[in-house]
Design a protein around this ligand. Structure first.
Ligand SMILES: NC(=O)c1ccc[n+]([C@@H]2O[C@H](COP(=O)([O-])OP(=O)(O)OC[C@H]3O[C@@H](n4cnc5c(N)ncnc54)[C@H](O)[C@@H]3O)[C@@H](O)[C@H]2O)c1
Length: 282
């Protein structure tokens, strides 16, 4: 989508972090932006700040892991702006936990916010983008953890799902005039480590206490340090704008993890080499 000015974007998880960075970049490019988030106070603060820059933004509160609330937020967007051109499925939580600490509520929360909400976002807003015939774009926030898996497996499973969804739909939706990109950030300076602040009641027990010491405590602290020194989310917002304008399939924020992805590809290739050796006819 080359022409953004005057068009409308719907961004989830837009009250803070990467989502706010994306909403800011799109609003600064002249788009009307509907910011959707579960956290009402942060949402009104974000709207207040953005409006100081004379942009056309609106907010809607929704827990995107509830399909009915997401649908109502989409309807509110059409009610306010008439059309929607860009969908950014960005809301996400750092849920899950290591093997041995899994709970159903942790899996349900992580998959509900990080994956089901993305599926529903596309199911609900995809047709709204298609029907006006002016073209559009869908960006979904996965992670580098959607391409290499280590650490919290539930989180990785949710993010691999977002990558699979985006890769799978790219060709299919291109035929309908909708571009599809997947955002795979590295460490970004946000509040992701404190995701439990938005834990809906029905997922009670999804977040266990972090032990005071030991390998899990050290790992959590390491991630907290990396995130607190991470990339500026406003810069990520600019990258996403560029990715939409140029229809990039993958939007990366940095090259730190490229060698890990290459190592994964090499391991996969080795699997093929084994089978080729067993059966030279392949
Ligand atoms: N920060 C990083 O290092 C990093 C790296 C890779 C991927 N990501 C992904 O980026 C996305 C944004 O996270 P962030 O880092 O900006 O964290 P953040 O916590 O700062 O922002 C996430 C936003 O999502 C909202 N949210 C959470 N649950 C919600 C729900 N049920 N319904 C609606 N909104 C909800 C939060 O209120 C918050 O505003 C997530 O999908 C995350 O997995 C982050």
């Amino acid at each position: 989508m080359k022409e953004l000015a005057g068009k409308t974007a719907f961004v989830t998880g837009a009250a803070s972090g990467i989502g706010l960075g994306i909403a800011t970049a799109l609003a600064q490019a002249g788009m009307k932006v509907m910011l959707c988030d579960i956290e009402e106070k942060a949402l009104s603060a974000a709207l207040g700040q953005l409006r100081l820059t004379n942009v056309d933004v609106e907010g809607v509160r929704a827990d995107v892991s509830l399909k009915g609330e997401l649908r109502a937020a989409a309807e509110a967007t059409i009610g306010r702006y008439g059309k929607v051109h860009i969908l950014v499925n960005n809301a996400g939580v750092g849920g899950g936990g290591p093997f041995g600490a899994w709970t159903d509520s942790a899996w349900n929360w992580t998959l509900g916010v990080n994956l089901m909400a993305v599926i529903w976002g596309i199911e609900i807003l995809g047709p709204l983008i298609e029907q006006h015939g002016e073209g559009g774009h869908i960006v979904s926030t996965a992670s580098i953890a959607g391409l290499i898996s280590s650490g919290s497996t539930p989180y990785n499973v949710s993010k691999y799902g977002v990558v699979a969804l985006s890769e799978g739909l790219r060709g299919e939706l291109a035929l309908r005039g909708i571009g599809v990109s997947v955002l795979c950030p590295g460490f970004i300076r946000t509040q992701i480590i404190d995701s439990a602040r938005n834990l809906p009641e029905r997922f009670e027990g999804a977040v266990g206490a972090v032990p005071a010491s030991g390998p899990i405590a050290e790992r959590v602290q390491r991630i907290r340090d990396r995130v607190s020194q991470g990339i500026d989310p406003d810069y990520v917002g600019e990258l996403v704008r560029e990715g939409i304008e140029n229809d990039w399939p993958y939007i990366f924020t940095d090259a730190e993890f490229e060698p890990f992805i290459e190592a994964r590809f090499a391991a996969i290739k080795k699997g093929f080499d084994h089978i080729r050796k067993r059966n030279p006819k392949h």
